[in-house]
Design a protein around this ligand. Structure first.
Ligand SMILES: Nc1ncnc2c1ncn2[C@@H]1O[C@H](COP(=O)(O)OP(=O)(O)OP(=O)(O)O)[C@@H](O)[C@H]1O
Ligand SMILES: [Mg+2]
Length: 1046
């Protein structure tokens, strides 16, 4: 922004010429030149943009630039087309004013490029969305299509627009593009058949030949070689910097985007091919039988191919080209044409086909881009019309083109110079008039309905009798002899002026942009723009749908004798319509300047620019701008827009609009010379003030928005708070109620209890005197005794059986009796057991005692014990009494025998076992050899120190002897018995009975035994290797032994 304002004030190159000082033609051109040198091609005069064509691409059209200019303030950024486009777009969107962008300048000054920049900018900044983007694409893609068919290379411009284009882009209220309408103005159709050397025909022909595939060319019956075609001057098409083939493909893509169907494209190209081929139809003269000269087709191939393309009988076209039907009264006569007449007809046909095809193209594009909805629309018009041109030889087309430019200049003058000044006067603003050239006189010279050149041309065209260009020129000379802006050889002669530059058969007009000499040759013919009816009928007869539709007058049913309006009058009325349209909109100007004639990059020819500065009236424009006011607006809308800037006018002003505006601006303290108050409008002198006003408005709007937000947020929070408070009160009310209710219930309960006690106490006190003092204890004791009595009596009647195994007992009827009941149950059980014991025989008792003893010794300690329960303790297993063999032993035992059995003694040296007979008496333990039945070892029971056995189910036992014993010297005995449990039990019982001491029994896995040769430690190992018949003892070294058991 800083850069922009500093460049605005840069003395050498001010960005706004209004600030130029001193203001002269030289300083103006010099400023433009300096800016151009700095590559600043855009300069302002107020809000008019001057654009100098750089002829080279500059990096100022990037998306970043678009962003920079988007919503920018017009005067705060460097001058740019984007700035004016943005200003126009915002004014349209925000102020609801239809806009038009008028782009003027001579041929090659950059109008078309400028119009494309405007369109692309508006497309880029307007909103996005699938539907909107489609519309934008269609609008943008109309350019390549129309340029292909309507532009051509001229000596002045390689891409010169040969038609006028006005495009209305339509937006909805949000500023989204909805669609558009294109109007086209008079295509320079003479180019179809003739163009001067160094120029080209319309681009499409070259594009088609260069870009079409061989199949397409074959389908269109065309040859790729441009040199083959007469209408292309049989020349090649090399144009540096223009890739015809690529442009052809771009054009095809664009048509697809717009919505052309493939069939439509093919038809379009077929008709284009027909035009090109028509130029190759050669005629030659031949003599008829009547001796009359007639023309005929020289080489029928081209004609045949044309007819194949359009679906027509070759004869029909040949007849139409070589002859003409003339109606004389009621007769129709076929007259033959001369060769020049034939060529004239052929060319007229080609021109007509092409220009009608062009119109069809514009209508077809319109059909695609037109707005489908009937929403309210705002319009931005972009006018890109052919520029003012002066050629060596200027004809009807140049006359028309320059007339159009004259009208545009007029609109510019009217709006920026004349009307503005008139408005100051009308509004009562003090004003010193600025002189300027008003070109109404030239416009009048051309368009006046009675004495204008166009009117006289029409008159000549319609007049019966001999009519040609000479009669037309004579008429002009007569009527305009004294006109300041008209000259011809004759008027010069009359004024005795000799001017070799003005040839005969020419007239000269002093246009606003320079003097142009027009050659009248062809004026009448081009104005008439007639096509022999035979040709239009032939075209209508073709089967080609598109071509046929271009020639509706060819329908024999619709023959009309009325002459169609002339080209000149048609153009005049369409220009008048355009002007009306432009007047109704807010204009934005882009004045294009061509810096050199050579199309060279960055070359600035001051003379050429000066001429353009002059005829564009830029100096006057600056003067009026400077003296005048940059901005004006009726008081009402102005006040409405800015009323928020003053506390007195905001939010409502109750007085008149003018007073309101005065009050409003008084509060803003602008310098007095910046403002002027007209009768109905406020005038603001410099854009800066307006900019300042806008900035303040934006700031204020932001403040107001914040205020609204603040109020809204406050309101929202308050409402929210109140709601929460209400809820909180409700919740606490309910909660308190609930708490109080509970408390009340509690109190009520307590009160009731207190009351009950109190009442009880009172009642007891009242009734105490009526009762004995210990009556209740008596009663209780009585009841208690009764219950006990009943229990005991019931028990006695219901005693359980006397069997000792039966442990049943009736339950206590009352809880207080349960202890007594349990006691009775125990007593009864013990009594029952005693009775049972008492009636047992002595032997049985001894046996049971032994069993009991065994259980105490081994239960849950040795796994052999449970197995032994099955075996009765027989005591005598040898049959000592019965077997005489054991007589001796029997004698030893006498009556004291407790147990006699066979055991195995373990050899202490090797662990092997030998059988022995074992006798246990009440005094001794005897081991005897089974064969001899003689006692071998006799141990006194008191010698036994203890016994060790294993935990497992084996019969191994170690008998530990006291050292002092009689056999103590022999050491401990290791025995294996099949009745180990019984043996140890009996040993225990006997020992206890005789010595009164218990047998020390060790049930363990590891113990030590004493032997004469030293102690041996014995380890018991559970192993499957243990034999079935008892444990296996293994000696391990001299003092270790392992006993493998199950
Ligand atoms: N802003 C620009 N930047 C770069 N080159 C430009 C610019 N404007 C114009 N040109 C160059 O100038 C040439 C002529 O411009 P353009 O076709 O817009 O002229 P015109 O005013 O439309 O002429 P005509 O009246 O003949 O149609 C373009 O083809 C392009 O090469
Ligand atoms: Mg152009």
């Amino acid at each position: 922004m800083e850069g922009a304002s500093s460049s605005l004030l840069d003395a050498e190159a001010v960005a706004d010429l209004v600030l130029l000082d001193p203001l002269t033609e030289e300083s103006l051109v010099q400023t433009l030149r300096e800016r151009f040198r700095r590559r600043d091609i855009y300069t302002y005069i107020g809000n008019v943009v001057i654009s100098v064509n750089p002829y080279t691409s500059l990096p100022i059209y990037t998306p970043e630039k678009v962003e920079e200019y988007r919503n920018c303030s017009f005067f705060a950024v460097k001058p740019h087309i984007y700035a004016i486009a943005d200003d126009a777009y915002r004014s349209l969107r925000d102020r609801d004013r239809d806009q038009c962008i008028l782009i003027t300048g001579e041929s090659g000054a950059g109008k078309t490029e400028a119009s494309k920049l405007v369109m692309s900018y508006v497309a880029a900044v307007s909103s996005k969305g699938e539907e909107v983007n489609k519309v934008k694409e269609q609008l943008l893609q109309s350019n390549p299509v129309l340029e292909a068919f309507g532009n051509a290379k001229t000596v002045r411009n390689d891409n010169s627009s040969r038609f006028g284009k006005y495009m209305d882009i339509e937006f909805d209220f949000k500023g989204e593009p909805l669609g558009g309408v294109i109007s086209n103005y008079l295509l320079e159709k003479s180019r179809i058949v003739r163009h001067v050397k160094g120029e080209r025909n319309f681009h499409i022909f070259y594009q088609l030949l260069a870009g079409a595939s061989p199949q397409l060319l074959q389908q269109l019956k065309l040859r790729q070689d441009c040199g083959h075609y007469g209408y292309l001057n049989r020349e090649g098409s090399n144009l540096p910097g223009m890739d015809d083939a690529a442009n052809f493909h771009a054009m095809q893509d664009a048509m697809r985007v717009i919505g052309f169907s493939p069939a439509e494209v093919t038809e379009l190209l077929q008709v284009t091919a027909v035009v090109l081929k028509l130029g190759n139809v050669q005629l030659s003269s031949s003599f008829q039988a009547s001796g009359m000269e007639a023309c005929s087709i020289t080489e029928p191939r081209e004609l045949r191919e044309i007819c194949e393309l359009i679906g027509l009988e070759p004869g029909t076209l040949e007849r139409a080209l070589c002859s003409r039907t003339v109606k004389a009264r009621d007769e129709t006569v076929l007259t033959t044409l001369t060769v020049p007449q034939g060529y004239y007809g052929r060319d007229a046909l080609a021109k007509n086909i092409y220009s009608r095809l062009f119109n069809w193209l514009v209508n077809r594009i319109n059909a695609s881009i037109q707005v489908k909805s009937d929403k309210q629309r705002k319009v931005m018009g972009v006018l890109d019309i052919y520029g003012f041109e002066i050629f060596q030889d200027n004809s009807f087309e140049q006359f028309i083109i320059n007339y159009c430019n004259e009208k545009l200049q007029q609109i510019f003058i009217l709006m920026t110079l004349k009307e503005e000044q008139e408005e100051y006067v009308r509004e009562g603003i003090q004003w010193t008039p600025v002189e300027f050239f008003d070109n109404s006189i030239i416009c009048n010279l051309i368009e006046n309905s009675t004495t204008g050149i166009l009117a006289m041309l029409d008159e000549e065209c319609l007049r019966p009798g001999v009519v040609n260009e000479d009669t037309f020129l004579t008429k002009l000379n007569q009527l305009l002899a004294t006109h300041k802006h008209y000259e011809s050889k004759e008027t010069q002669n009359a004024r005795r002026v000799t001017d070799a530059s003005l040839p005969p058969r020419c007239f000269r007009i002093h246009h606003y942009a320079g003097k142009v000499t027009y050659n009248v040759t062809g004026f009448i013919e081009k104005n008439n723009d007639l096509l022999f009816r035979d040709l239009s009928q032939a075209m209508w007869a073709a089967r080609h749908a598109l071509l046929r539709s271009l020639f509706p007058e060819g329908d024999p049913q619709k023959v009309s004798l009325k002459l169609p309006p002339t080209a000149g009058s048609q153009f005049k009325s369409s220009v008048a319509m355009l002007m009306r349209n432009l007047y109704s909109k807010n204009p934005n100007y882009i004045r294009c300047i061509k810096p050199n004639d050579a199309k060279s990059a960055m070359v600035f020819t001051p003379e050429l620019v000066l001429a353009q500065v002059r005829y564009l009236g830029l100096l006057e424009n600056v003067r009026v701008r400077r003296a005048g006011y940059a901005f004006r607006q009726p008081y009402g809308p102005f006040l409405q827009r800015y009323k928020m800037l003053n506390a007195r006018t905001w939010p409502r002003w109750h007085g008149g609009d003018r007073q309101g505006t005065e009050v409003l601006l008084a509060g803003l303290a602008f310098p007095a010379e910046e403002l002027a108050f007209g009768h109905t409008k406020i005038f603001i002198r410099s854009p800066r003030t307006l900019f300042d006003l806008e900035r303040r408005r934006q700031e204020r709007v932001a403040q107001l928005a914040t205020l609204i937000q603040k109020m809204f947020r406050g309101w929202r929070c308050r409402t929210q708070y109140q709601l929460m408070r209400k809820s909180q009160i409700l919740i606490s009310a309910w909660f308190r109620g609930h708490r109080q209710k509970n408390r009340y219930k509690q109190m009520k309960r307590s009160v009731l209890i207190l009351q009950a006690y109190a009442r009880g106490w009172k009642a007891r006190r009242t009734y105490r005197k009526y009762f004995r003092s210990n009556a209740s204890t008596c009663l209780a004791n009585f009841i208690y005794r009764r219950l006990v009595q009943r229990y005991l009596v019931g028990l006695a009647k219901n005693l359980p059986p006397l069997s000792v195994t039966d442990r049943t007992w009736p339950p206590a009827p009352y809880r207080f009796l349960s202890d007594a009941n349990q006691e009775l149950k125990n007593i009864f059980y013990h009594w029952k057991c005693k009775k049972y014991r008492d009636q047992l025989p002595a032997a049985r008792r001894a046996q049971l005692q032994a069993r009991l003893c065994a259980s105490e010794l081994f239960k849950d300690k040795k796994t052999l014990y449970p197995k032994s329960l099955q075996q009765p303790f027989r005591g005598e297993y040898l049959g000592l009494k019965q077997n005489p063999k054991y007589q001796k032993l029997h004698a030893v035992a006498k009556d004291k025998l407790v147990m006699a059995d066979t055991v195995r003694k373990v050899n202490r040296a090797n662990g092997k076992t030998v059988p022995r007979l074992l006798l246990l008496t009440t005094e001794h333990l005897v081991l005897a050899d089974p064969k001899a039945a003689q006692p071998k070892t006799v141990l006194s029971l008191s010698d036994i120190r203890g016994v060790s056995v294993t935990r497992f189910s084996d019969g191994f036992l170690a008998l530990h002897l006291k050292e002092v014993s009689t056999v103590g010297a022999k050491g401990d005995f290791l025995l294996v018995s099949d009745h180990l449990i019984e043996l140890v039990t009996r040993l225990h019982q006997t020992l206890e009975a005789t010595t009164g001491q218990a047998l020390p029994l060790h049930i363990t896995d590891r113990f030590s035994t004493r032997f004469p040769k030293g102690d041996v430690s014995i380890t018991v190992v559970e192993s499957p290797k243990a034999g079935i018949n008892g444990p296996v003892c293994k000696k391990k070294g001299s003092n270790k032994m392992e006993v493998l058991v199950h």
